[in-house]
Design a protein around this ligand. Structure first.
Ligand code: GDP
Length: 433
């Protein structure tokens, strides 16, 4: 506040020092030594504890050009301010207890969000949905721990049997809660990191055409001569908020004569590395031996079959679809040329990765690998505690596992996070956040 008032002179002759919280002043930014005017500006004032960091905060808005920005910055630094470290404002908000660690991380996710859906997930985490779910699990475990420790402290009270079965039931329910929460990470990951989709199929079935059709632009070179798309083509398209990275495996072929030996193994590799594969068939050509091989190798993973060129042969398309159903795979009839069936294909891709999980209905979704890791470790700890109870180990040993689970959960919301962990989390933030 002192630094701000030494560089900012309100137009009405007042001082920022006497300014109320949540108000702004129009005035001038001045060089603290020469008093030369640097810019006309607005100063916004927040008084502790009603600010982002719970401290006194002043924000000065100047005109956006590099000269007023740089000179204003020099003026405040000459008056004793320093540049914030990455994530420092959010870290201070966390240290002041205004938000917990999961919420602080959500700020970073929100800034980095690439799609509306991942932004929505970050906002929900910022609002505290994940924190609530974790806190519920922690307080259930704390209650159990209290019960156990009462048992340890008063062994002469013969509450052993009741306590043991009650604690077991409590642990079972905490286990379900924590592992359900960890289970949402798969959905969270899909929205955050996106999904790799391999477009596989024989030469000329229409992989590049389908890639273009899904992208809505001419990216891959479409050619009627097989094997001429040389580069591996990858493009991202957002479908219902999920980033799909489409990989045209046509570019994996090296040369015509290698196609026979390489074709299937290349396709297999692409299939292995992808989260989902779209196996493309040619309606006009029907199901060839090579197609069957690709389908067989694909059927272990998540696969959607697209019978392309339906516009050329409706009968061929239906026949091929019929044969594919024998493999137990979802099949969509499309035409990359007329774009028929593309909406169904998009829907099938979404279904393949989120298996109908409605994002809105999930109370909390785990979107960070760090949180997932903590939850899975807590699952392991709780399982060990249950095993311990079942094999009649002493209570104090069971309570060690419960404490470990509490600590792991506390790492998510920050109660048990070390300084090193905090430093590594906040260093990922952008400067000034
Ligand atoms: P790729 O080798 O699998 O990538 O196949 P391309 O996308 O290069 O397509 C091979 C040929 O099939 C090109 O001449 C395309 O115009 C044609 N083609 C692709 N999709 C369709 C379709 O849905 N209908 C028709 N009639 N032709 C298509």
């Amino acid at each position: 506040m002192r630094i701000a008032s030494s560089v900012f002179a309100p137009h009405d002759g007042s001082s920022l020092l006497s300014q109320d919280t949540h108000t702004f002043k129009y005035g001038k930014v001045r060089d603290p030594v020469s008093h030369e005017t640097i810019d006309e500006a607005i100063a916004l004032v927040w008084r502790a504890p009603r600010s982002y960091t719970r401290e006194d905060v002043v924000e000065i808005s100047v005109h956006g050009g590099p000269v007023p920005l740089r000179r204003t910055l020099s003026a405040v630094m000459d008056s004793g301010a320093r540049l914030a470290e990455p994530g420092e404002f959010t870290k201070r908000a966390f240290l002041a207890g205004r938000i917990d660690l999961a919420q602080a991380e959500a700020v970073c996710d929100l800034i980095a969000a690439k799609t509306q859906a991942s932004g929505r997930l970050a906002v929900r985490q910022l609002e505290g949905r994940l924190s609530e779910a974790v806190s519920e699990a922690r307080s259930a475990l704390l209650n159990l721990l209290a019960g156990i420790e009462a048992g340890i402290d008063f062994p002469e009270h013969d509450v052993e049997e009741v306590t043991r079965s009650q604690i077991r039931a409590g642990l079972e329910s905490a286990l379900k809660h924590v592992s359900d929460l960890a289970g949402t990470a798969a959905v969270g990951r899909v929205y955050r990191e996106g999904v790799r989709v391999a477009l596989v199929g024989r030469p000329n079935v229409g992989k590049s055409s389908l890639l273009n059709a899904l992208l809505g632009q001419e990216r891959a070179i479409v050619t009627s001569v097989p094997g001429t798309t040389r580069d591996l083509i990858e493009e991202t398209v957002s479908i219902e908020g999920i980033p799909f990275l489409l990989i045209d495996t046509a570019g994996l072929r090296h040369a015509q004569d290698e196609v026979e030996q390489m074709g299937v193994s290349r396709a297999e590799r692409a299939l292995r590395e992808a989260d989902v594969s779209v196996v493309i068939l040619d309606a006009a050509a029907g199901l060839l031996e090579e197609d069957r091989d690709v389908l067989k190798s694909a059927s272990g993973g998540r696969v959607v079959v697209a019978v392309n060129k339906t516009d050329l042969s409706r009968e061929g398309s239906e026949a091929a679809a019929q044969q594919v159903r024998g493999f137990g795979l979802p099949v969509i009839r499309i035409s990359a040329l007329t774009r028929e069936g593309l909406d169904d294909l998009r829907q099938a891709l979404c279904d393949a990765v989120v298996s109908g999980a409605a994002l809105e209905s999930e109370p909390a979704v785990v979107t960070s690998a760090r949180h997932e890791d903590c939850l899975l470790q807590a699952v392991g700890d709780i399982e060990r505690a249950i095993d311990g109870l079942d094999s009649m180990v002493p209570y104090d040993l069971v309570s060690i596992d419960i404490r470990a689970a509490l600590d792991r959960l506390g790492l998510i919301t920050g109660e048990t996070a070390s300084d090193d962990l905090l430093d590594s989390i906040f260093s990922r933030f952008c400067i000034g956040k």
